[in-house]
Design a protein around this ligand. Sequence first.
Ligand code: NAD
Ligand code: 3PG
Length: 527
Amino acid sequence: MKVLIADGVSPKGIDILAKDYEVVVKDKLPAEELLEIIPQFDGLIVRSASKVTQAVIAAATNLKVIGRAGVGVDNIDIPAATARGIIVLNAPEGNTIAATEHTMAMMLSMARNIPVANETMQKGEWNRKKYVGVELRGKTLGVIGMGRIGSGVAKRALAFDMDVIGYDPYINEERAQALGIEIGSLDDVIAKSDFITVHMPLTAQTKGMLNKDNMKNMKKGVRLVNCARGGIINEADLAAAVKMGIVAGAAIDVFESEPVPVDHPLVGLPGVVLTPHLGASTVEAQVGVSIDVARGVGAALRGEPVSTAVNMAPVSAQVMKVIKPYFDLAERLGCTACSLAEGPIEKIEVEYNGEITEVDTKMITTAVIKGVLNPILEFAVNYVNAPSMAKQRNIKVKEMKNKEAENFANLITVRVTTAASEIRVQGTLFGDEGRIVMINDYRVDVDPHARILICPHINRPGIIGKVGSVMGGADINISGMQVGKTDVSGTNIMVVTVDNDIPPHILKSVIGIDGIFGAKLVNFYVV
Ligand SMILES: NC(=O)c1ccc[n+]([C@@H]2O[C@H](COP(=O)([O-])OP(=O)(O)OC[C@H]3O[C@@H](n4cnc5c(N)ncnc54)[C@H](O)[C@@H]3O)[C@@H](O)[C@H]2O)c1
Ligand SMILES: O=C(O)[C@H](O)COP(=O)(O)O
């Protein structure tokens, strides 16, 4: 598989991907070229400069994953990607400290006129009186958006003896108390703050959140910082407010359109400090996001779920650690059940027993659906599109949990129902190794990684030998064989592990053996 890296990222992540994939690196890839070459690629990695538009996604016929080496995914058309079953993931933590420290640096630079003092001194001037600044100590900092970066800025501002007031409709009082800050409404933050910094994504709600209407209600001489996304503070309104003296200073790292043109209203404005989207630009952050995005893209291309995917149900890293070992098993149970089922699938039921019931198992159920659908659909089913693919095919999916587990610490039961049959396959993890332990009423111990032939049969001498002869005659090597145990008298199940594919006519010969009720080949279609 091929991965395109369309913006400059640290070589650390490229090295990780290059072990398993062909990686093509293009720094600052022009939009037209991206559109032209994207059909060749299975994976795409971008930073904020590349726009992954609907047109790019429509052209990306092989694309399975888009990785953002950073936080903001506003440059990616997520609904278009989701509709195509393309996983979009980011690297949300690697640049948090970099952006937090950049915000502090911007605030201090603005408060102490450092950029302009430096610039004039470099020209030989000595302007001590002109560049008298203000202190942070004792001032009120309003933080809008109290996530990773906002909280980090609040913490650092407290160390500068600032009073911090935060606004974030999605955090509770407890969190605010833990941070040691006051929580208020947007109006409170606007009215009380000497400095205001924004740290939320650019969305329909946050676009233009600070604008000429509420700038009027800010303290005269307020200073504003935007190291989040261009457009959260309306740029034209900000420039006008600076000119009118309502806003004494602004420190801006991100812009409505990047790169900014020379005639941008904030360029050249006294009191304004500008940086060209440098918030994440530290050596450490770039290594961090590069490694994180590479791991995410690699996992997605291997068909594994990714905790940083933004178009799938979110899973915490803690829960992911518990449930991750089950994904492979769950998918193989689904694949086995599908291979044994007769006719169109109507229902998939997944029952969990034991310790696993204590965590959110939705993603394991998605793995089961993926395993059921992959053998029967032309295109790859993945963690993004599996639930909607099941829905589209009118397959009902039901998840059940029962804390009791009789013989195993954890047990997953997959029931696949068709008009003609109900197949039940059960599996468990021994350590990290998945095993199928029950197929319908037959107790087995099957490693679900090989190609297996499953034949229910009458429990009488000679049948196993006949199956062996048919295989041997066709030059198909049997590398393992076991017979399931059951309480259903007179019948049994044979699970034959084979090294080669079994052609349909050989399968037919097996089915033709007197005493065999059927033979199903399970090729584990795990992406
Ligand atoms: N300048 C840079 O280079 C740089 C670097 C990293 C991140 N960023 C940007 O910084 C922003 C914050 O990143 P983060 O990692 O802290 O994200 P985060 O997801 O941890 O935090 C975002 C916070 O915004 C809050 N929020 C959402 N809608 C809101 C609203 N309408 N009003 C107030 N709060 C709202 C959320 O509840 C959340 O707490 C993102 O836009 C990200 O892209 C920029
Ligand atoms: O959202 C982010 O992570 C930052 O804006 C960084 O963007 P960049 O990767 O283009 O520097």
